[in-house]
Design a protein around this ligand. Structure first.
Ligand SMILES: [Mn+2]
Length: 303
């Protein structure tokens, strides 16, 4: 058997006993900018080695108390049929209460994961682009259609960080009753950032969080397929995620990080640290910090 690829070198607990599951889904079928996102899941998991176990903001080590399983299928997906199969096979083995973090892969993966994981609820969609085309290059599963496909599934959407639109998308978005847009331009105002935080901490019901890494400022995450100037700063993103994951009226049914293209290190390290932050906020919300120290970190010898 190949050597396991483990986040922060943490040994895998049995899948059914895991509090957190990392699902690599390297998919690169409709990429139009810079290629390489199929390699992102492995790069993010490996970059976990550069992240301390201690999460400095909330002041605890999440995996001292929580158990992790990193799924080991890192081979890229070959077709949308295979994507569909891989997603349903994997997700059928997971429990609702496990925190699912999917590592893409292009943005096309999100509607496939959401379809299995979210019956009806809200998708919080971070992106530089609207991804609201009905079809692109004759492919309705194109990554440029991700938000459109999520809306078609009947969910409400909060779209954050948008700063690149096809004119028709812009017009259709204005008319959509299901989508609330917090554009990157609007978010340059502190008042709007506060308003968004308030919105995220007042959502209720089931929520799925989709993070296209190009939503970030390229100074935070330069490694993406289709970068755009402007974008969300690191600490603003953390405030948004904390507002969401700390919100006791919602249940987060899944998170994905998509469209990363590995570079010399900074982008995948940012993604790995984002995984840790998500686990930390989620863990605090469910009181894992008060539970016994029998997490994955206790199964590993280190200094
Ligand atoms: Mn996208």
């Amino acid at each position: 058997m190949d050597k396991e690829v483990l986040f922060q070198g943490l040994p895998n607990v049995e899948l059914s006993k895991a509090d957190v599951v990392l699902f690599p889904l390297g998919c690169e079928l409709t990429v139009c900018g810079l290629g390489g996102t199929a390699q992102a899941p492995k790069a993010i998991v490996e970059a976990g080695m550069d992240i301390e176990y201690f999460e400095e903001e909330m002041g605890w080590s999440p995996f001292l108390h929580m158990k992790l399983h990193t799924l080991q299928r890192f081979q890229p997906v070959g077709s949308f049929q295979e994507l569909q199969k891989r997603v349903s096979k994997t997700l059928s083995k997971l429990k609702k209460k496990q925190l699912l973090i999917t590592l893409g892969g292009e943005h096309s993966i999100s509607p496939f994961v959401v379809k299995q994981r979210l019956e009806k609820g809200t998708v919080v969609f971070f992106d530089a682009h609207a991804d609201y085309r009905t079809s692109y290059h004759k492919e309705s599963n194109n990554h440029a259609c991700a938000m459109y496909n999520l809306e078609r599934q009947g969910h409400k959407i909060v779209a954050i960080g948008l700063r690149s639109f096809f004119e028709e998308e812009f017009v259709r978005l204005k008319n959509s009753k299901n989508i609330t847009v917090y554009s990157d331009l609007a978010l340059q105002k502190k008042k709007m950032r506060k308003k968004l935080q308030k919105k995220l901490s007042s959502l209720s019901g089931d929520v799925y969080i989709s993070i296209d890494m190009d939503a970030f400022s390229p100074s935070v995450v330069p490694g993406v397929g289709t970068p755009q100037p402007g974008g969300i700063e690191w600490y603003d993103m953390l405030r948004y995620l904390k507002a969401l994951l700390g919100n006791e009226k919602i249940r987060v049914v899944g998170v994905d990080l998509v469209e990363l293209v590995p570079d010399s290190g900074v982008s995948q390290i940012a993604a790995a640290k984002l995984v840790q932050k998500i686990v930390s906020y989620y863990g605090i919300r469910y009181g894992f910090d008060m539970k016994k120290r029998n997490g994955s970190q206790t199964m590993r010898e280190y200094e």
